[in-house]
Design a protein. Structure first.
Length: 367
């Protein structure tokens, strides 16, 4: 497929139509957060409704039904006026690709996996740390470096996708022995027609081989998602089974030895070493006045005991209620209340199994 797609780009006109656009989102909220056992923290939150970011997208016609495209996109911390990742200014996306109406689109570079892109589309409320990706972590906002991806054209509403990362890990610390290569494979399918959106994905990483005791453990995730718009309400549901760690490496720092091997973010060692996490997601959005009322609930059941205490890992639950009111086509105000039980906002799962509550009121504008 890749060879055929590239071959379709050979014939190029002398003059090609080109478009480049600058876009972005600036989002900030006043928040109050309370974690069990700690006092309430009042702060200014960046990205309460959606991440603050800026980016460039470009597209050039190559003749016939073919085109070239690129995207450069970086996250921003609106509260501090700084990039999310100072060492990686385009930490969200930095890819270049070619496409054809009959053959689909091929992308090369840092980008979302097809599984993340397809299934996360069911999300109702993208509240920071309390959306679909709170417990269905393969639908969280994560990106993968050194990736090759292909998205098919839509055939009667059906679209296929596949992506492969040559090494999605980080550079190992100096003096670390063993291989830290983290290859990541993703296959996804979506169907979109009228009020229906259906999606399914499978993602699997290469075996974690930093330690002989864990050789052969392959982080993987299967996901299913669906949503239906009734007009008076949109309903959504999702399910995932995550094994041997979070495939997107978005589970906090994790064990120190894994961090040194360049494999930060796989989750707690109990999860990485043969654990399983089954998660459910239910949500509804209801038009109310000029705005929209949003309700979400998710649950995740771990199947392990915590090593230090021997206690059984508790079932995590996250619930949120929010309202978005548009001031214009580009600017909205919003408010939400959220609560998590046996849930840690940054890492999802933690042996301390805290409860957390958050209230936020914010402003979101897009350009």
């Amino acid at each position: 497929m890749c060879a055929a797609l590239l071959a379709a780009m050979v014939a190029m006109p002398a003059q090609a139509q080109t478009s480049v656009r600058l876009y972005g989102t600036v989002d900030a909220a006043i928040s109050a957060t309370r974690v069990s056992g700690a006092p309430t923290q009042k702060s200014l939150l960046s990205g309460g409704l959606s991440d603050s970011l800026w980016g460039l997208q470009g597209r050039e016609a190559l003749g016939g039904d073919s085109y070239a495209a690129f995207a450069l996109e970086g996250g921003l911390d609106a509260a501090h006026g700084a990039p999310d990742d100072p060492a990686r200014p385009f930490n969200y996306q930095s890819w270049v690709g070619v496409g054809n109406a009959s053959l689909g689109e091929l992308r090369l570079g840092r980008q979302y996996t097809v599984g993340q892109a397809y299934v996360s589309a069911i999300e109702v409320g993208a509240w920071r740390d309390f959306g679909v990706g709170a417990l269905l972590r393969a639908s969280d906002n994560y990106q993968v470096s050194k990736q090759l991806s292909w998205r098919s054209p839509q055939w009667g509403g059906v679209q296929l996708g596949a992506s492969y990362s040559f090494d999605a890990g980080d550079a190992p610390a100096a003096g670390t022995t063993g291989s830290a290569t983290y290859k990541l494979y993703s296959l996804a399918l979506r169907y979109e027609d009228g009020p229906w959106l259906l999606a399914a994905s499978w993602e699997q990483a290469s075996a974690v081989r930093w330690d002989a005791a864990l050789a052969g453990r392959r982080p993987s995730t299967a996901q299913l998602g669906a949503s239906y718009n009734f007009g008076v309400a949109r309903l959504a549901a999702g399910w995932s089974r995550q094994r041997n760690g979070f495939v997107g490496r978005n589970g906090g720092d994790g064990p120190a030895q894994l961090q040194a091997a360049g494999l930060k973010g796989l989750g707690p060692i109990e999860f990485i070493d043969g654990g399983r996490l089954d998660a459910l997601y239910l949500a509804a959005s209801i038009p109310l006045g000029r705005g929209e009322f949003q309700m979400q609930w998710s649950q995740a059941r771990p199947n392990w005991d915590w090593q230090d205490s021997g206690a059984r890992a508790r079932t995590s639950q996250v619930v949120s209620l929010g309202y978005i009111y548009p001031l214009s086509l580009r600017t909205s105000v919003y408010a939400f209340a959220a609560h998590g039980r046996a849930y840690a906002m940054d890492v999802a799962l933690d042996a301390s199994q805290p409860s957390v509550s958050q209230l936020a009121f914010g402003l979101n504008t897009r350009f």
